[in-house]
Design a protein around this ligand. Sequence first.
Ligand SMILES: NC(=O)c1ccc[n+]([C@@H]2O[C@H](COP(=O)([O-])OP(=O)(O)OC[C@H]3O[C@@H](n4cnc5c(N)ncnc54)[C@H](OP(=O)(O)O)[C@@H]3O)[C@@H](O)[C@H]2O)c1
Length: 262
Amino acid sequence: MTRTIVITGGTHGIGRALARHHAERGDQVVAVGSGSRPHEDAPNIRFVRSDLSSLRQTHDLVARLAAEHPVIDALILGAFRFNPVRVETEEGFEHTFALYVLNRHLMAEGLRGPLQRAAAPVIVNLCGAGRGGRIHWDDLQLKNGYRPLTATLQGARAAELLGAAYASEHVRYVLYNPVFVATGLHEPFRQPLRGLVRAASALFAQPVARAIPPIAALVDRPPAEPLTTWRRGRRLDHAVDAHEARRFAETVRALSERRPPG
Ligand SMILES: NC(=O)c1ccc[n+]([C@@H]2O[C@H](COP(=O)([O-])OP(=O)(O)OC[C@H]3O[C@@H](n4cnc5c(N)ncnc54)[C@H](OP(=O)(O)O)[C@@H]3O)[C@@H](O)[C@H]2O)c1
């Protein structure tokens, strides 16, 4: 039976490779990105443009996807942008938080109905799980002393907490850290850092084609446990504080309901 797979960030890097992989195997893929349609024309992949750092656009996208796809088999969360300097969205959120945290919460929550109707549904959150990030409870939007790595690590910790809060017996939640994969990692940087990151990527990063099979395998055969954490194809024994997970999910839910008028 044809499966439906929604991939945020399905237009570049790991997300695009996963989109092509599953489409070639006969799945129906919806690939979401904020830029222009990818050049090549791939059958079974429908491109949807949406700026997922916007709560308003994410709410609209979720409503549209839920109406168009009563059953969704897999949701792969991969939209990400590394922000060397602090950027604030029109809705007043730090950009990394908006895209890496609020968007991923809303996608998982908003598509819960279509996912629950699938036979073996799974959410795969591509993130930096297991890297020891922390939530800056007193300054979630990192207004004081923004650092790009701090924002990225906070997002990674947020993924762990949201995964713990949302995983269920039926909709499995997979936290997947690809570690270092040769995508467009150098692009956000200026020279000379750009050249250094490009060189490090060429030397040490895993080619995208090698990074894909273990992720696709988890989509095809979700693990038995509700929540699992993976690092480059290897399972991690990783515990999350249930109390912090609940507290964080409630906080994120309240923030993401702050819907601007119009
Ligand atoms: N590559 C690694 O070494 C590595 C390591 C650890 C974790 N990860 C995680 O793996 C995931 C994929 O990484 P990647 O390296 O493949 O990323 P990538 O090549 O930079 O691609 C990012 C994707 O996100 C989309 N995107 C960015 N901003 C968006 C927005 N505002 N709205 C909608 N889509 C947006 C981009 O499309 P548009 O440009 O069209 O918007 C693109 O399709 C990320 O979640 C990342 O955190 C990657």
